[in-house]
Ligand binder design. Structure first.
Ligand code: SAM
Length: 275
């Protein structure tokens, strides 16, 4: 219920609504302003479960869902280019891999040995043929193996216990290996529409769009296939303090900004090594 109030709060923020219009424009959806208003109205008038169902039905009707697969390929390519230069060694563990497509590119294009891990097994993973670890509900990855690089790409804010997830990433990464984190953050000041929002409005916008992308665009009827959305967002400075506190040194940092038009969250990239 508390989550629903948070998802709903942003509908009163005109800038966030205009960001939603820009997502629909990116997908070439006709009448984007009217459709964004309908989405916002659905969020305001329904409970969270009803909003997810009604929102998904609307996205199917207006052609969003049929355009998604092509845009997801673009999203994967963007992420691949962002992380590729920071990888070391031959083995990679993609923690919180989702559909597994980033790991698939790393294996096929760069000939890396890639394993995938997540709290649930996306249907696509069966087709990819990479080794998959199912992460337990307590966050434990069922292996003692260590990898040259571990990826946490927009995962920490989805984990119920991000600290535990970070500690697990550290445990399964070699001493001279790297952990590459991409996070959705708030507390940004720049000239973009997002950067003009107050810190709290940015946090709420992240909540709204994280929920919209993971639970409406990627709607699933099956309870165990619904992406976990605990909204564990931090500012970049808060993440940096957490990394330091848990024995991880940041050796590279980039502000990626709103780099994925389909998910309008502000991203930062952190390359970490074990101390
Ligand atoms: C937004 S998706 C990102 C998927 C993929 N990393 C990508 O960038 O395409 C977040 C993923 O984190 C996963 N997740 C949630 N809690 C987790 C946890 N405790 N440990 C690892 N992954 C988790 C979700 O199941 C989901 O697949």
């Amino acid at each position: 219920m508390a989550q629903f109030i948070l998802v709903r709060l942003i509908v009163y923020c005109p800038t966030a609504v205009s960001i939603l219009v820009s997502v629909l424009d990116y997908l070439n959806i006709p009448d984007s302003k009217e459709n964004a208003s309908i989405i916002v109205t659905l969020a305001a008038l329904n409970d969270l479960d009803q909003y997810e169902i009604a929102g998904r039905q609307l996205l199917e009707q207006i052609g969003v869902i049929e355009r998604i697969p092509q845009k997801l390929t673009a999203r994967t390519e963007i992420t691949y280019r962002q992380i590729r230069k920071y990888l070391v060694g031959n083995s990679v563990l993609d923690l919180g891999c989702g559909d597994g497509n980033i790991g698939k590119i790393l294996a096929s294009r760069d000939n890396l040995e890639v394993a995938l891990a997540d709290v649930y097994k996306h249907d696509n993973i069966r087709n990819i043929g990479l080794f998959f670890y199912r992460i337990a509900t307590n966050g434990i990855i069922p292996t003692n193996r260590q990898y040259d690089a571990s990826l946490l790409l927009t995962v920490l804010h989805h984990a119920n216990n991000p600290i535990k997830t970070l500690q697990e990433a550290k445990r399964v990464t070699k001493k001279d290996g790297r952990i590459i984190v991409i996070e959705s953050v708030y507390g940004i000041q720049d000239s973009s529409p997002f950067g003009q929002l107050s810190q709290e409005e940015q946090r709420l916008a992240n909540i709204f769009f994280d929920h919209f992308y993971n639970r409406i665009v990627h709607y699933s009827e099956e309870k165990e296939h619904k992406v976990n959305v605990p909204f564990n967002f931090n500012t970049p400075e808060q993440w940096k303090s957490i990394f330091k506190l848990y024995g991880l040194e940041e050796i590279a940092y980039e502000t990626l900004g709103i780099d994925q038009p389909i998910v309008p969250e502000y991203h930062t990239l952190h390359v970490l090594v074990r101390l």
